[in-house]
Design a protein around this ligand. Sequence first.
Ligand SMILES: [Zn+2]
Ligand SMILES: [Zn+2]
Ligand SMILES: [Zn+2]
Length: 74
Amino acid sequence: MCYLLHIMVGFSCGHIYLERRQKVECHSKTCAVSASHERQEHECEEKCTQRLGNAQELVRESLNYICDRCRLGA
Ligand SMILES: [Zn+2]
Ligand SMILES: [Zn+2]
Ligand SMILES: [Zn+2]
């Protein structure tokens, strides 16, 4: 089952923000949202996974300064 990876960036104030989303491929023929999904006609709704799995979060990097929101005092 494919899923979305949320790439996050952490700041020294403790805030973590979403930088971008990225789809992680499962390369399964029986996954309707995969690029490897079966192209032949088949009973897709019965046989295949129709949706993405739970999103995972990955903190790509932790910066040693505070975020804009904290810096501007908003
Ligand atoms: Zn998949
Ligand atoms: Zn299918
Ligand atoms: Zn902050």
